[in-house]
Design a protein around this ligand. Structure first.
Ligand code: G3I
Ligand code: 9MR
Ligand code: ZN
Length: 540
C-alpha cells in the first residue's frame, strides 16, 4: 500500500513546451526562486513568485513562480531561497507526442472480445474475453450477440452512454486537429488509408450498433455481468453470464447523436459504414419520437454493476437533434433542436456522461448551415460566458485550474479535462487566444502540477500513479500498470472503503490515494482518457 510523499514544488513532469505558460507551484510564502540547469547547477533565470495565497481546494499556502519567459530547451529544476528543489523537468519544442499516442492507444487496451497480441499490447497482452451472447434482462429466452467494444473502466462492463461520450471526444479531436492523428499507432487494423483514431472508434461504434434492439430501435442501456468480478480477474477469466439491461432514452439519445456524427466523419473513408451509421441514427431518433416520456434508467434489482443513471434525457435528445441536423440538413431535426434549445432544464455546455448538452451546442455551432443565426448567437454567447467563468476560477486557483472545491467529485479529472476542452473550443470558435494559458495549466495539473505532486496518467511523468483500479493491471502479473490511463483523481465524497478509512478530513484536492482499492479516486475509464486525447491534440 502506497501513500503520498510530502509534496514539494509542483511542476508538469512531462516538461513544458518552449512557448507555453510555465508556472511552478511553490509551497509556502514564496519569494525569489531560480531556474537551475539540472546538469551543471547554474542558475539560468530567476524571478520572484506571486504573493502567496491560500489555495481553496487544498487549504495549502502556495505561491506561483511564472517562468514563461524562459524558452531555451534543456533540463532544469526550480530552487527557492528557503531550500526547496523541484524534480527535474525539460523545456523542449515538443513534450506531449508520446503521451498523446499513449492516451489514444489506451483504447486498444480497453478492447473487449478480441485477443490483444504481443505485437500491439507488449507485456499487457491477453486472450479474448466476453464472447458469449448476452441474455436480454427480463426475457431470459432471448439472447443478443453484442461482442466487441471497449470495457468501460477498471471493470468489464460496457455501457452505451459513457461509450458515446468517449467516442464523441475522440471524433471531435479528429475533426478539430486531424494533423494530430497523422501517425499510425499502430493498430491491428492500421491500413495507411483511414487514420487509426477512426479505426479505434469504429471498434466501439460497431459494438454500439449491436446494442440497438432490432425489434424497436432503442438502445439497451448496458451489457454487464450481474455483479462485478474480483479485483484481479483478467477479462478472459470473467465468464459469468452477460446481461443486457433494459432500453433507456439516454442511451438511445446519445447513440442517435454519435451515429449521426460518425455518418459525417466516416463518409470520406468508408461509405458503407457511414451509411449504416446514418440509418442507425435515424432509427434511434424514431424510437425517441415514439417515447417522449421515459423514466430515467435504474439498475434492475439484481444487477449491481455501474448504473449511469440519469433522469434527464432532454440533453441527449438535444445533442442527437444537433448532430442529425448537422449531418443531414433536414428541417425536422432543426426544428427539434430549436424546440429543445428553448428548454432550461438542462445545461447547454456540459460534457459529462450524464449531461451531454455541450456536444449538441458544439455540433450546432460547428455546423455551417446558419439557418438560425439568432440561436447560434445566443449559444455562442453562452459558451463564451462559461469559458470566462472557468477562466476566472482558474485565475484564483493555486494550481491554475477551474475547479471549485466542491467539484472534486468522483472523476474530478474528467471535469479538469472537460473544462480544458471547453476553453479550447470556445477559443477556437470565437477566435481568441485568451484561454490558452489556462488550458496549459489544466494540462500541467494532469501531469503533476497538482496537490498530490503526481502525474495522474499511468506510465507518464517522474511520479505517475502506479496502482490504478484496473483489473487487468492488477491481474496480469506485469509490474507496471497498462500505460496511458487517466486516473479519476481526487474525490472528497469518500465513496469507497479505503477512502472512508484513510482520506477522511483531507482537503478536496488532496482526497486521492494511489491504491487499487480506492475505486472512487483511482479508477480509470474510457471517458476520462478521451477528453485528455482531445486536449493534448492541441499540443502535438
Ligand atoms: O452531481 C453531483 C453533484 O451535484 C454533487 O455536488 C456531488 C457531491 O458528491 O455529487 C455529484 O454526483 C456524483 C456523480 O458521480 C457526478 O458525476 C456522485 O456523487 C457520484 O457517486 C457519481 O459517481 C459515479 C460513479 O460511477 C458511481 O455511480 C461516477 O461519476 C462514474 O464515473 C462512475 O462510473 C463507474 C461505473 O459506475 C462503473 N464502471 C467504472 C466507472 C468509474 O468509476
Ligand atoms: O470495481 C468496481 C468499479 O469498477 C466501480 O466503479 C465501483 C463502483 O460501482 O465498484 C467496484 O467494485 C467494488 C464493489 O462496488 C464493491 N466491492 C468491491 C468492488 C471492488 O473490487
Ligand atoms: Zn471483455
Amino acid at each position: 500500500m502506497k501513500h503520498e510523499q510530502p509534496i514539494g514544488i509542483a511542476v508538469n513532469q512531462l516538461g513544458y513546451r518552449s512557448q507555453d505558460t510555465k508556472i511552478a507551484v511553490i509551497p509556502g510564502q514564496g519569494g525569489r526562486y531560480h531556474l537551475v540547469d539540472d546538469q551543471n547547477g547554474e542558475t539560468v533565470w530567476h524571478g520572484s513568485t506571486s504573493p502567496a495565497i491560500v489555495d481553496a481546494a487544498s487549504g495549502q499556502t502556495v505561491s506561483r513562480g511564472d517562468f514563461t519567459g524562459y524558452e531555451a530547451p534543456g533540463t532544469y529544476r526550480i530552487e527557492t531561497e528557503d531550500g526547496q528543489t523541484s524534480a527535474p523537468f525539460v523545456i523542449a519544442e515538443s513534450v506531449y507526442e508520446d503521451a498523446h499516442r499513449a492516451l489514444l492507444k489506451a483504447f486498444y487496451y480497453f478492447r473487449c472480445g478480441m485477443a490483444l497480441d504481443e505485437l500491439h499490447a507488449g507485456p499487457w497482452k491477453h486472450e479474448a474475453c466476453h464472447l458469449a451472447p448476452a441474455i436480454v434482462y427480463g426475457e431470459e429466452s432471448r439472447q443478443v450477440d453484442a461482442w466487441g467494444g471497449w470495457h468501460d473502466a477498471g471493470d468489464y462492463g460496457k455501457y452505451v452512454v459513457p461509450g458515446a461520450k468517449a467516442v464523441a471526444d475522440l471524433l471531435l479531436a479528429f475533426e478539430l486537429y486531424p494533423e494530430a492523428f497523422a501517425q499510425p499507432l499502430p493498430l491491428p487494423e492500421s491500413d495507411g488509408a483511414m487514420p487509426d483514431v477512426l479505426h479505434e472508434c469504429r471498434y466501439e461504434l460497431e459494438w454500439m450498433q449491436r446494442m440497438q434492439d432490432e425489434e424497436s430501435g432503442g438502445l439497451f442501456h448496458k451489457l454487464t455481468t450481474l455483479q462485478f468480478p474480483g479485483g484481479d480477474v483478467m477479462p478472459e477469466a470473467d465468464t459469468a453470464a452477460l446481461y443486457l439491461s433494459p432500453i433507456s432514452a439516454t442511451a438511445t439519445g446519445c447513440y442517435a447523436a454519435i451515429m449521426a456524427m460518425s455518418a459525417r466523419i466516416y463518409a470520406p473513408y468508408d461509405e458503407p459504414f457511414a451509411a449504416s451509421c446514418l440509418k442507425a441514427a435515424e432509427r434511434a431518433w424514431a424510437w425517441l419520437a415514439e417515447h417522449p416520456d421515459m423514466p430515467g434508467f435504474r439498475n434492475p434489482a439484481d444487477i449491481a454493476t455501474g448504473e449511469y443513471g440519469d433522469g434527464q434525457d432532454a440533453d441527449e435528445r438535444y445533442w442527437a437533434a444537433a448532430e442529425l441536423y448537422r449531418t443531414t440538413g433536414e428541417r425536422r431535426y432543426h426544428e427539434a433542436f430549436q424546440a429543445l434549445a428553448k428548454q432550461n432544464a438542462f445545461g447547454k455546455y456540459e460534457l459529462g456522461w450524464a449531461d451531454m448538452g455541450g456536444y449538441g451546442t458544439f455540433a450546432y455551432l460547428m455546423s455551417e448551415r446558419e439557418e438560425d443565426p439568432e440561436l447560434a448567437e445566443v449559444l455562442m454567447r453562452g459558451l463564451i460566458q462559461r469559458a470566462d467563468e472557468l477562466a476566472a476560477v482558474s485565475e484564483r486557483d493555486g494550481y491554475g485550474i477551474s475547479l471549485h472545491p466542491d467539484q472534486y467529485i468522483w472523476g474530478s479529472n474528467m471535469l479538469v479535462l472537460n473544462h480544458a476542452m471547453l476553453l479550447l473550443i470556445a477559443g477556437r470558435l470565437s477566435g481568441t487566444e485568451d484561454y490558452e494559458s489556462h488550458v496549459h495549466e489544466h494540462v500541467h495539473y494532469l501531469f503533476g502540477a497538482n496537490v498530490m505532486g503526481m502525474s495522474y496518467v499511468t506510465g507518464y511523468g517522474a511520479k505517475p500513479i502506479l496502482y490504478p483500479h484496473h483489473r487487468p493491471s492488477e491481474g496480469d502479473g506485469v509490474k507496471e500498470p497498462v500505460p496511458g490511463l487517466v486516473s479519476g483523481g481526487p474525490n472528497k465524497g469518500l465513496q469507497d472503503d479505503y477512502a472512508l478509512k484513510h482520506l477522511a478530513g483531507k482537503a478536496p484536492a488532496a482526497s486521492f490515494a494511489d491504491v487499487m482499492e480506492s475505486y472512487s479516486t483511482n479508477e480509470v475509464t474510457i471517458y476520462w482518457n478521451s477528453p485528455a486525447v482531445l486536449v493534448l491534440s492541441h499540443f502535438v
